[in-house]
Design a protein around this ligand. Structure first.
Ligand code: NAD
Ligand code: UGA
Length: 459
């Protein structure tokens, strides 16, 4: 089928390249001319594993192209996907201005039977409102507008798209439904579940799915605090809890508070919809506060660890992106934690394998380092903030030798506490015991004290 994608960001580029890979003819357009010029030169404006190769392959085959000219991008298209940004407004509801602007700009160019598909994450009722807007711009001539929310994650976007758990398509007209079913037939033939529903239900499904996943993360962060207080190990608890198929093991890794371009803004919009429609979402309202609290709580934990006159201390922060395998800094924990450390007078050195270019403009007065070991040089404590694989494989002895202090605050539970101790580091994880308890559990050297304290515990 002939497809146009409006918006060449994480979702637009992934959708375009994957649909082209499935055999469709795809034109990708963006209002940002520079972005399109870079793409035409084979230069990807974002980091997403495997995307460059997929884009190159589909372009070489002639199934994917980039068009700065909107008329060219829309010519003779069966489907036009809107993949533009939907940030938060001040009160938490979705800022639809990019979706509305894109809809207005494409409206005059659309063929009578082109289906417009909203892939951006929007509040319930948006597809119907956009259908009205487009019909108005077209002097009353209607257009079918569908909702096809996207569930991919950054860092695994291509496999999430091509091996999705489900495809959700919201349609209010039968013929538009048939067109989307044809588009996705190659994926459905591979066994992916296909849910056809109304546009409102599709929009609500996306918002509810993100809200629920975010709740799981918020929950396990608080369970981690409880594990710390009770002397438990959240990794063991989360694994055992997650084996219940009704719960599932995903989104049960404690961390420094979830970030990214989606969970934080999508839960704000979910809560705002609830308030607007008179169906308050109390759980989510609380989650919003608790997640912000989590980021501040961990900054305080670093300061407490440093102790004394923190103004003379240096902290190495390893990992800035909101998660591994992306250069996306939107609502990353680093954006809360680092300024709070700096406000207390701490000198911050930082490293990230992909996100430093983006982080530079957002985090003033940070000393940028070309390797984790350079960041650790002279540091009183090292904070692991993003779960990059390279940090999992750190040479801990080398890290310890470069540091002035010995604290390793592992806010992603990446490192083995016993290995950290053997390297001369003082390990602080999230919701898990430090070295001595681990050693006790494994019956290893140094576990005696912990064995005694476990024996003295009340149960
Ligand atoms: P992004 O900011 O990376 O990309 C959006 C692109 O749209 C930008 O390149 C921008 O220049 C372009 N754009 C804005 N207005 C335009 C217009 N009028 N015409 C043409 N192009 C225009 O955003 P993203 O991360 O790809 O997210 C897009 C949407 O998808 C959002 O609603 C988001 O919530 C949703 N979503 C994102 C993810 C994700 O992992 N990033 C996953 C699922 C859903
Ligand atoms: C998330 C959802 O997982 C996608 O399904 C959805 O399509 C997307 O939002 C969206 O709507 O845009 P993404 O933000 O790319 O995807 O990344 P996740 O892997 O879900 O992580 C989000 C945040 O939660 C990160 O800060 C991550 O570190 C944190 N997280 C995730 C945890 O702290 N613990 C976990 O167990 C999982």
């Amino acid at each position: 089928m002939k497809v146009a994608i409006i918006g060449a960001g994480y979702v637009g580029l992934t959708t375009g390249a994957c649909l082209a890979d499935l055999g469709h003819q795809v034109h990708v357009h963006d209002v940002d001319g520079q972005r399109i010029s870079r793409l035409c030169q084979g230069d990807l404006p974002i980091y997403e594993p495997g995307l460059r190769e997929l884009v190159n392959r589909t372009r070489a085959r002639g199934s994917l192209s980039f068009a700065g000219d909107l008329t060219l991008a829309l010519a003779d298209r069966d489907l036009v996907f809107l993949c533009v940004g939907t940030p938060s407004l001040a009160g938490g509801s979705v800022d639809l201005s990019q979706v509305q602007a894109a809809a207005r700009s494409i409206a005059p160019e659309l063929g009578a039977d082109t289906v417009v598909v909203i892939k951006s994450t929007v509040e319930a009722g948006t597809a119907r409102a956009i259908a009205t807007l487009i019909a108005k711009v077209r002097g009353g001539r209607p257009i079918a507008v569908a909702s096809n929310p996207e569930f991919l994650r950054e860092g695994s976007a291509i496999s999430d798209f091509l091996t999705a758990d489900r495809i959700v398509v919201g349609v209010d007209t039968k013929w538009a439904a048939a067109r989307l079913a044809t588009l996705y037939a190659p994926l459905v033939q591979r066994g992916i579940a296909y849910v056809e529903t109304s546009t409102v239900d599709a929009e609500l499904t996306k918002c509810a799915a993100n809200a629920f996943l975010a709740l799981k993360i918020g929950f396990i962060n608080e369970v981690a605090d409880l594990c710390e207080a009770a002397g438990g190990d959240v990794l063991s608890v989360a694994r055992a809890v997650g084996l219940d198929r009704r719960i599932g093991s995903e989104c049960l890794r404690p961390g420094p508070g979830f970030g990214g371009s989606c969970f934080p803004k999508d839960i704000r919009s979910f809560a705002a919809s609830g308030r607007r429609l008179g169906a308050p979402q109390g759980l989510i309202e609380t989650l919003i506060d608790r997640n912000e609290h989590r980021k501040r709580q961990l900054a305080q934990r670093v300061l407490d660890h440093l102790g004394g006159d923190v103004a003379r201390k240096t902290v190495a922060v390893l990992g800035l992106a909101f998660k591994a395998d992306t250069d996306d800094m939107r609502e990353a924990a680093a954006l809360t934690l680092i300024p709070l450390l700096q406000a207390a007078g701490v000198k911050v050195k930082a490293h990230d394998p992909q996100a430093m270019e983006r982080a530079r403009g957002l985090l003033p007065d940070v000393i940028w380092c070309s390797s984790p070991y350079d960041a650790a040089e002279g540091a009183d404590a090292t904070v692991l903030l993003t779960e990059w694989a390279v940090y999992r494989e750190l040479d801990l002895s080398r890290l310890a030798r470069r540091m002035r202090g010995k604290g390793l605050l592992d806010f992603r539970n990446l490192v083995d506490p016993v290995a950290a101790d053997r390297s001369g580091l003082t390990y602080v994880g999230l919701g898990r015991p430090g070295f001595s308890s681990h050693a006790a559990w494994r019956g290893e050297r140094g576990g005696q004290a912990a064995r005694q304290s476990l024996a003295a515990s009340p149960v």
